[in-house]
Design a protein around this ligand. Sequence first.
Ligand SMILES: [Zn+2]
Length: 127
Amino acid sequence: MSDELFGPGEPGDPTYLKGSVCRACGRAEFPRRAECPACGAESEPVDLEGPARLRVSSAVLAQPPGSKVQAPYGVGVAEFPQGLCVIGLLVGEPAAGATVEVVVHEPYPGGRIFAFREPGFLPAVAI
Ligand SMILES: [Zn+2]
């Protein structure tokens, strides 16, 4: 499943989201689609690398039922140059307005997902 959403990499490595852009109307989508949901035309694959701008930043303080990700953790909405907004986990504490990149994240052992991080951010404590 994760292979369909984002590119390769080890936890902490920069990666990209697998999106698509409509050949006819230019609408961007994530996850990637073969056909544009707006006009039905063919969409072409595009790698959403960023840098993106963090539009919203928030913190989850209480662990949602069934979640394997240990609270507290950050979530945010990043806007890509293609005009697409994507919600995701945050690495570190980037504030709204920050420039972020897409990285491979492992919030719990064996659980790989993408996350947004300010370029150059390094954890204070090596894991
Ligand atoms: Zn379209």
